[in-house]
Design a protein around this ligand. Structure first.
Ligand code: URA
Length: 431
C-alpha cells in the first residue's frame, strides 16, 4: 500500500477502505508518512468528505492508535463533556468540578487551541505546575481519589489525534465534519467515558456556522458513540458572540473561578447550568432539569464546587494558591478601546474576537508557536449592554506591545442599536 495512492483516491472522491485508513493512521503516527503527505490527504478529506462508514473507520483507527483506558475497576459511570470549540469557551474548567462536587466521576482528555478558538489545555497550562501529562496510573489514581482529572492528548492516549490536530490547525483542515467527529469521538472513546455531553458550538465564532451543519455533526457523533455502547447527548449552543466576558488563557481561568463563586456572566452561567443538568440527567442523577439545576445551584452556593476546583488543580500539581493573588494575571501591556457611539451593543462577529485574541498572543498561528498566557481580551461591555460615548468597550492585554490597529478589527465586528436583540444560549438538544 502507498500513501500517494490513498491521497489520489480521496482526491478523486472515492471511498477509502478500513485497511487504507488504518495504513494512514499507523503510518503517520509511526513517522513513515510525512506531515506534507498527511496534510494532502486531510485537505482531500476536507474537500470531498468521508462517508459515515469511513468516519467510523477513522475514529476507530485513531482511538486504537494508543492505549484505551478501562475504568471497570472503579465500578462507576465515567462522565465527560467536550466542546467543538469556540471563543471564550471555558465551560469545562467550571463545569467539571461542579459535576465532581456532585459525586459524578469526570475523566477527561482536552485539546489545545485550534484556529481562532482557545483550548482547555492551554488555559489549564497557564496555571503554573499544572501537569496534564499524567501516565495511566496517575490519571486513574487522581480520578479515584478526587472524582476528576483532565489530561491532554499524549503519546499514549490517541497519539493520532495529537499529531493530526496540530497539523489541521495550520493547514486549513479544521473545518470538516468527519475530521471533527473522529477527533472528538476517538478521544472520548479512548478515555473510556460512558456518559458524554457534546457541546456543538454554532455560529460565526464556531467551526459549525449554521444549525444544519451543527445538527449533522451532532447526529454523526451520537451515532458513532451509540455503536460503541455509550450514552451521548448533544447541545447546540450559541457562538455568535464570545462566551462570557473574557477571551484568553489566564483571564478565562479567573472567569471560570468567579463563576464557581456564583459571580459568572449570565450567558456563561446559563451554559454551565444547561450542560450540567443535561449530564446529570444522562447519568441518572437527576430526574428532571429542575432538580438538576437546583443541585448545581446548591453546590455553587455552598462553595463545594470551588473547593473541588482547587482540590483538582492541586492534585494535578497546579499552584492553585497563586490564582487568588491579585497579580497572578499581570499583563505588561494593556490597551482600552473607547466607544465613539451610543446604544445597545451587538457583537456581530465572534470570530474576529478570537482572531484578535490570537494576534495578541493568546493562540497559535503556527503549530510550533508558543502561547502568551497573559494575552487576551476583556469585554467591559458585552452584547445587549447599553454603551455611552466614552465608555470603555474592550480591554486588550498582552506581554508584548499592542498593535493598536487591532482596535479597528473589533470595531468592525460590532454594531449599536436602539433596542436589545434576542440572544439564545442553547439552540437545540439532541439525544
Ligand atoms: N475539538 C476537537 O477535539 N477536535 C476537533 O477537530 C475540533 C474540536
Amino acid at each position: 500500500m502507498r500513501i500517494i495512492d490513498i491521497i489520489n483516491k480521496k482526491v478523486e472522491n472515492q471511498k477509502l477502505s478500513k485497511e487504507e485508513i488504518d495504513f494512514f493512521i499507523n503510518g503517520y503516527v509511526g513517522g513513515e508518512i510525512t506531515d506534507y503527505q498527511a496534510s494532502a490527504l486531510l485537505m482531500a478529506i476536507r474537500l470531498n468528505g468521508l462517508s459515515d462508514e469511513e468516519t467510523a473507520y477513522l475514529t476507530n483507527a485513531m482511538m486504537y492508535s494508543g492505549e484505551v483506558l478501562d475504568w471497570s475497576f472503579l465500578g462507576k459511570t465515567i462522565v465527560d463533556k467536550h466542546s467543538t470549540g469556540g471563543v471564550g469557551d471555558k465551560v469545562s474548567i467550571a463545569l467539571c468540578p461542579i459535576l465532581a462536587a456532585l459525586g459524578l466521576t469526570v475523566a477527561k482528555m482536552s485539546g489545545r487551541g485550534l484556529g481562532h478558538t482557545g483550548g482547555t489545555l492551554d488555559k489549564l497550562e497557564s496555571i503554573e505546575g499544572y501537569n496534564f501529562l499524567l501516565n495511566d496510573q496517575e490519571f486513574k489514581d487522581i480520578v479515584k481519589e478526587h472524582n476528576i482529572a483532565i489530561v491532554g492528548q499524549n503519546t499514549k492516549l490517541v497519539p493520532a489525534d495529537k499529531k493530526i490536530y496540530a497539523l489541521r490547525d495550520v493547514t486549513g483542515t479544521v473545518q470538516s465534519i468527519p475530521l471533527i467527529a473522529s477527533s472528538i469521538m476517538s478521544k472520548k472513546l479512548a478515555t473510556g467515558s460512558n456518559c458524554i455531553l457534546l457541546d456543538v458550538k454554532c455560529g460565526n465564532g464556531a467551526f459549525m456556522k449554521d444549525i444544519e451543519q451543527a445538527k449533522k455533526l451532532g447526529k454523526l457523533m451520537i451515532e458513532i458513540g451509540k455503536q460503541l455502547g455509550r450514552k451521548i447527548a448533544v447541545e447546540i449552543t450559541n457562538m455568535e458572540q464570545p462566551l462570557g466576558k473574557t477571551i484568553g488563557n489566564k483571564i478565562e481561568v479567573l472567569e471560570a473561578m468567579e463563576t464557581l463563586k456564583g459571580n459568572g456572566p449570565k450567558d456563561f452561567t446559563e451554559i454551565i447550568y444547561s450542560s450540567g443538568s443535561t449530564l446529570l440527567m444522562l447519568a441518572n442523577r437527576a430526574k428532571d432539569e429542575e432538580e438538576a439545576r437546583k443541585m448545581i445551584k446548591e453546590v455553587i452556593g455552598s462553595g463545594e464546587a470551588l473547593a473541588k476546583f482547587k482540590e483538582w488543580i492541586k492534585a494535578q500539581g497546579g499552584k492553585v494558591e497563586l490564582l487568588e493573588q491579585p497579580n497572578w494575571f499581570n499583563p505588561k501591556y494593556k490597551y482600552e478601546i473607547i466607544s465613539q457611539n451610543e446604544g445597545y451593543l451587538k457583537i456581530k462577529s465572534a470570530i474576529d474576537f478570537g482572531l484578535v485574541a490570537m494576534k495578541l498572543g493568546a493562540g497559535r498561528a503556527k503549530k510550533e508557536d508558543g502561547i502568551d498566557y497573559e494575552a487576551g481580551i476583556y469585554l467591559n461591555k458585552a452584547s445587549n449592554e447599553y454603551v455611552k460615548k466614552g465608555d470603555v468597550l474592550f480591554t486588550l492585554y498582552s506581554s508584548k506591545p499592542i498593535n493598536t490597529e487591532l482596535e479597528k478589527e473589533l470595531i468592525e465586528a460590532i454594531e449599536f442599536s436602539e433596542q436589545k436583540h434576542d440572544i439564545k444560549e442553547v439552540f437545540a438538544k439532541l439525544f
